[in-house]
Design a protein around this ligand. Structure first.
Ligand code: SD4
Length: 351
């Protein structure tokens, strides 16, 4: 029962938790100087966006630009996520995403519109560059919430989306090596680097306190074809509630979706928790129930409330997130709840 690695069960783990509240800005471009200042009411401006990982900053910047140029918040979520989906260097989203075990790239995405609590999502869609846009189309033009597999692809093609080859030469090469030396090479091939992880989850709040969000990923690398992760599941990889705020996830989807984690984080905020506290509460709750060690869960979350206060936390060190508003745009270290380093994101773990 008494396992040193188990979350918050030892004083050393607790000390690390206390010491690494981090939220240190590492790529702030303007006035964001610390994680806590970032949430002082004088430094918050709207619209305000939070997203997963360092590459989220470019996503946030595109989202903000979209609104500045007259687009809606939903346009901002969609166009922000386009940046990650179109970036072939990012091995976990859209073009250049890691394929499933059959060598085919299958993408998951969802979008939520706070003001009418509407949602759209696609799971395991192939050949489409911008699954976030298909998710939006599902939300706006159908009576459904989620389309999967061939049906999602056919729906996209019938609605004017172009067929795109998502498997890049780089991923083809990696896949070949993966097949040749599955076990031995797997970890090395899937090492995380700056351009090589992970899911993009993006949540934004406008000046009226309306909340919007989206999420997009190629999911777990070399997954069983047909596997759908947390990212397109409303309440798991993403959730927004216009009365409260929103949350999004990155990491091993199976460990996120078994707990409806993003929904639960939003509910924690509804009951008064700050974004970071809400995430911590949920991770602690998950860790109590789950037989795995906290660091083995490999789950990370972002959250933002209606006031624009934003934060992030995860089960290991190394999770970064981006916050952007008209005053500032920066990348921060999320609060780490164990002293383990992130070696693998959800997309970087073989099956
Ligand atoms: C999934 N949660 O498909 C996604 C992967 C991910 O960082 O977020 N990786 O399980």
């Amino acid at each position: 029962m008494f396992d040193r690695r188990r979350f918050l069960k030892t004083s050393s783990a607790a000390a690390v938790v206390g010491g690494s509240i981090a939220a240190n800005p590492i790529h702030a471009t303007q006035s964001i100087s610390t994680g806590s200042n970032m949430n002082s009411s004088s430094s918050i401006a709207f619209p305000r966006f939070i997203s997963t990982w360092r590459f989220g900053k470019a996503v946030n910047d595109a989202a903000l630009k979209t609104v500045t140029e007259g687009g809606s918040m939903l346009d901002a979520i969609e166009k922000g996520i386009w940046v990650a989906e179109a970036d072939a260097k990012n091995a976990s989203v859209g073009l250049g995403g890691i394929p499933a075990a059959n060598g085919v790239v299958q993408l998951d995405a969802c979008i939520m519109n706070g003001p009418d609590h509407n949602a759209g999502s696609v799971g395991g869609i192939e050949d489409i560059l911008h699954p976030i846009s298909v998710a939006r189309k599902v939300m706006e033009d159908t009576i459904h919430v989620m389309l999967v597999g061939d049906g999602a692809r056919e729906f996209a093609l019938a609605n004017g989306f172009q067929k795109t080859t998502l498997l890049t030469d780089n991923q083809k090469e990696r896949f070949k090596k993966y097949l040749e030396k599955k076990e031995a090479e797997r970890k090395a091939l899937q090492k995380v680097d700056e351009n090589n992880h992970d899911t993009i989850a993006l949540v934004g709040v406008d000046a009226d306190g309306n909340v919007f969000g989206g999420c997009s990923t190629s999911g777990w690398g070399y997954k069983i074809p047909g596997r759908v992760g947390d990212s397109p599941i409303i309440g798991s990889g993403l959730y927004v509630d216009n009365e409260v705020g929103g949350a999004g996830a990155t990491g091993i989807g199976e460990n996120v979706m078994r707990y409806c984690s993003s929904f639960k984080i939003v509910e924690e905020m509804r009951h008064g928790a700050s974004p970071v506290q809400a995430i911590e509460n949920v991770i602690k709750w998950i860790t109590k129930k789950d037989p795995r060690n906290a660091e083995d869960l490999a789950i990370n979350f972002i959250a933002i409330n209606k006031k624009g206060e934003a934060g992030a936390a995860g089960t290991s060190k190394g999770f970064q997130y981006a916050v952007t508003d008209p005053n500032a745009s920066g990348v921060f270290n999320a609060k780490a709840l164990t002293d383990a380093d992130i070696e693998e994101g959800g997309n970087n773990v073989g099956n």
